[in-house]
Design a binder for this molecule. Structure first.
Ligand SMILES: [Zn+2]
Length: 146
């Protein structure tokens, strides 16, 4: 197919799309308006846009506190990646096409976020020691942590 033929196909597609949308009956008699999301004012703001792309507008108080803490940025980012289950565990790497061994080096179970932080007995001992230093009880799972 030549470039001209592709352009002609696109033009025909847009003509048919325009025809289809121009014959749709309006749901109300009031004119259409442009409105940002379902907010009361409906006005666009960068803050509203940020909130909508960050956790789909749902505020997470846990991370609000984490971002304020005076800890290294890499730790904040690590915790954020953990919360999103985006840490590059062996299972996550495997899902991206990596063909290495997916098993935990300590126990042989598939290495996932849940395994590393909550299931593996070897890692649990390390986390328990670390959390005890701050007198923090170890959460059962990631949902309880967040
Ligand atoms: Zn393990």
């Amino acid at each position: 197919m030549t470039k001209r033929e592709v352009e002609e196909c696109r033009l025909q597609y847009f003509k048919s799309l325009y025809f289809a949308t121009s014959t749709v009956l309006p749901l109300t008699s009031s004119p259409d308006i442009v409105k940002w999301d379902d907010k009361e004012k409906g006005e666009f703001s960068t803050k509203e846009m940020y909130l909508s792309i960050d956790d789909s507008g749902v505020r997470n108080d846990f991370f609000k506190e984490i971002w304020k803490m005076k800890i290294p940025l890499k730790i904040k980012i690590f915790l954020w990646l953990l919360s999103k289950r985006r840490l590059l565990t062996r299972m996550a790497l495997s899902a991206r096409g990596w063909d290495g061994d997916k098993s935990c080096v300590y126990c042989g179970t598939n290495e996932s976020v849940d395994h590393l932080f909550f299931r593996c007995t070897q890692h649990r001992n390390l986390w328990d020691w670390f959390l005890n230093q701050f007198q923090i009880r170890r959460p059962r799972d990631l949902e309880e942590l967040l």
